[in-house]
Write a protein of this length. Structure first.
Length: 265
């Protein structure tokens, strides 16, 4: 038993680590995900969500878990926003890990919050907090570098130049890339929110572990395209990755709607 326990601990240490990670998608990206999700909610789900959030929209509720980071009493919840995975991992190994994951990370907390929000006797204060967090974390898990590498804090230590200004790879994907499109969150959502019933069904059929694996694969590609310190990212990078960015935002919104409909619909 001791040997098995040690092996499990070593596996966890090898694959995953929980460093600090900056907010995913930034304000704009999270609101885009929330706005898209709102367009696919059932009437029953919309009514239930309004009963919890009141006049606060899904889009606006999406930013609350980042806002509360200014309160030190919420510091323990920082690991909820990501799951960092080492480079070059076999997808089956990651899937096996996720099946036994008990660490506080974005994967386990999406599952936890989903289960909790399905309960009928949960108090209103918890419902509000849990729903805001669930909306936010579904956005987080679709930002590829929230499955990034532990040694560089999900790309936070990967220094790059974004249109001549020094920054890091994580921040590029959190906010600078989205902000560069110069659209409001409602304009952005309208520009990319083009789906069919069939495509939504396929996206929503994927499990939360599938979401992690997809983001990890995108993250590996992103890392692979940064070849040198302070690499310059500009118009060509925007051209090469804009469809990936938009796809991740769209998938996050469609899947969030599917999850909320499952819970409240």
């Amino acid at each position: 038993m001791k040997i098995l326990r040690v092996k499990k601990l070593l596996l966890i240490a090898f694959f995953f680590y929980l460093p600090f990670c900056s907010m995913a998608w930034g304000l704009l990206g999270h609101r885009i995900v929330g706005q898209i999700a709102d367009s696919y909610l059932t009437k029953k789900a919309k009514k239930a969500i309004a009963g919890i959030l009141g006049d606060e929209s899904v889009a606006m509720a999406s930013n609350w878990p980042d806002f509360i980071r200014s309160d030190p009493s919420y510091n323990a919840l920082t690991p909820w926003h990501y799951i960092n995975i080492k480079a070059g991992q076999n997808l089956d190994s990651i899937r096996n890990y996720l099946a036994n994951d008990t660490i506080a990370d974005v994967y386990t907390k999406i599952n936890f919050l989903t289960t909790e929000l399905k309960k009928k006797d949960i108090e209103q204060e918890k419902k509000v907090m849990y729903l805001r967090f669930l909306i936010h974390l579904v956005g987080d898990i679709h930002q590829p570098l929230h499955t990034g590498r532990p040694e560089d804090l999900g790309g936070n230590k990967v220094k790059v130049m974004w249109f001549g200004a020094p920054t890091n790879l994580h921040t590029v994907w959190d906010s600078k890339f989205v902000d560069f499109q110069q659209l409001s969150y409602t304009e952005y959502a309208a520009a990319i929110n083009h789906t069919t019933k069939q495509s939504r069904k396929a996206l929503q059929a994927a499990s939360v572990s599938d979401w992690v694996l997809e983001s990890y694969q995108v993250a590996e590609r992103i890392y692979g395209d940064v070849k040198e310190p302070d690499q310059k990212l500009d118009y060509l990078y925007n051209f090469n990755y804009l469809s990936t960015l938009n796809n991740q935002l769209l998938k996050g919104g469609v899947r969030l709607a599917g999850l909320l409909n499952e819970i409240f619909g």
